[in-house]
Write a protein that binds this ligand. Structure first.
Ligand SMILES: NC(=O)c1ccc[n+]([C@@H]2O[C@H](COP(=O)([O-])OP(=O)(O)OC[C@H]3O[C@@H](n4cnc5c(N)ncnc54)[C@H](O)[C@@H]3O)[C@@H](O)[C@H]2O)c1
Ligand SMILES: CC(C)[C@H](C(=O)O)[C@@H](O)C(=O)O
Ligand SMILES: [Mg+2]
Length: 355
């Protein structure tokens, strides 16, 4: 019997979700024996198929079952056959909110051998950790529509920023910055326009920052930040930002660090009051679904973030090392075309071969 059995809920979801999740699980299984681990997985059929069959996005009974797991491993949700937002809000955001995933952790890292569209950058130039707020901002679902269908229709979408919500994510970001060699935190917002929310974020960063005198603090408006992500990625170490800005800049981060197929994330509840959820940054990619073309690396790296969160650092490093080796090998092979399963097999083989 393994020394540690992780009770893991799996939500493959839609589009390429099931394809990439299968490879993530393959790599976890390969890592398990070396690290005296086992995964007790339960797969949940949630997403477009279930919605079409039953009209359900996330039944309360399933949410309650998910709560009883140590972690959730998710592929992606969203399908062109379902109205936009039904699954994204009804499943993904519902889980992030219900399980208080207030830290959406999104590392942006250029691995050696990976091609970036940026000129003259080395891997050490792109190494940041975006700490995206995960439960508030314009995602909160507040607002509405009046005079619908008339020429005077008004749609509002409020951004919710609570002192409690901002402070807890800012504290997490400072603590993360303090553990990193450069000890630098950049707040990204738009306080020249979003003055109420921006001022709250600024004030909280100033106040919490007083407790972290060894962390240097910087501020960028989000528009300028997008420019510097491309022109001077070296500027960034830890970035803390609101839910929507964080969504946008992490797709950009993915693009500068080698593509969306490599970008990993964790939806973290740091107190472990609820299971945290791990998923690639990308979506269900309907344009390539079912063709074995999706890169599962983002999902595999999300599994490594999960292992870290579960306190299984040895296994996490082994998975990361296997990915790093595979990425280097890809560079040497002249990026030979491989299927989703072939990439998963190669990484699983490397991870099984490591101590
Ligand atoms: N966390 C999630 O579940 C999540 C995240 C983003 C988008 N979505 C949903 O996914 C659907 C599609 O959204 P989208 O097209 O804006 O974003 P997307 O990330 O699914 O796709 C954007 C582009 O990136 C490519 N791509 C994505 N993942 C890839 C991978 N692993 N390997 C290779 N190429 C990859 C796609 O083929 C597409 O061309 C929508 O329903 C959206 O709401 C879900
Ligand atoms: C699908 C959508 C709700 C989601 C988000 O905006 O958070 C996605 O884009 C992401 O980045 O995880
Ligand atoms: Mg996104």
């Amino acid at each position: 019997m393994a020394a540690r059995t992780v009770k893991l809920a799996v939500i493959p979801g839609d589009g390429i979700g099931p394809e990439v999740v299968a490879e993530g699980l393959k790599v976890l299984s390969a890592a398990a024996p070396e690290h005296d681990l086992a995964f007790d997985t339960t797969s949940y059929e949630l997403g477009a198929r279930r919605w079409h069959a039953t009209g359900e996005t996330l039944p309360d009974s399933v949410e309650a079952e998910l709560r009883g797991h140590e972690a959730i491993f998710l592929g992606a949700v969203g399908d062109p056959s379902v109205p936009s937002g039904v699954l994204e809000r009804g499943l993904l955001l519902r889980l992030r909110f219900a399980f208080s995933h207030y830290v959406n952790l999104r590392p942006v890292r250029l691995y050696p051998g990976v091609t970036t569209p940026l000129a003259d950058v080395a891997p050490e130039d792109i190494d940041m950790l975006v700490v995206r707020e995960g439960t508030e901002g314009p995602y909160a679902g507040m607002g509405g529509v009046v005079r619908k269908g008339t020429p005077h229709e008004i749609a509002t979408q409020d951004s919710v920023n609570t002192r409690f919500g901002v402070e807890r994510v800012v504290r997490y970001a400072f603590a993360a910055a303090q553990r990193r060699p450069r000890r630098r935190l950049t707040l990204v917002h738009k306080d020249n326009v979003l003055s109420f929310a921006g001022e709250l974020w600024q004030r909280v960063v100033r106040e919490v920052g007083a407790e972290y005198p060894d962390v240097s603090v910087d501020y960028l408006h989000v528009d300028a930040a997008t420019m510097f992500f491309v022109s001077q990625p070296q500027r960034f170490d830890v970035v803390v930002t609101d839910n929507l800005f964080g969504d946008i800049i992490t797709d950009l981060g993915a693009a500068v660090a080698g593509g969306i197929g490599l970008a990993a994330s964790g939806n973290i509840n740091p107190e472990n009051d609820f299971p945290s959820m791990f998923e690639p940054v990308h979506g269900s990619a309907p344009d390539i679904a079912g063709q074995g073309k999706a890169d599962p690396t983002a999902t595999i790296l999300s599994a490594a973030i999960m292992l870290d969160h579960l306190g299984l650092e040895g296994a996490a490093r082994a998975v990361e090392r296997a990915v790093a080796e595979d990425l280097l090998a890809r560079a040497k092979d002249g990026a030979a075309e491989r299927s989703t399963a072939q990439i998963g097999d190669a990484i699983a083989e490397r991870v099984a071969g490591q101590g």
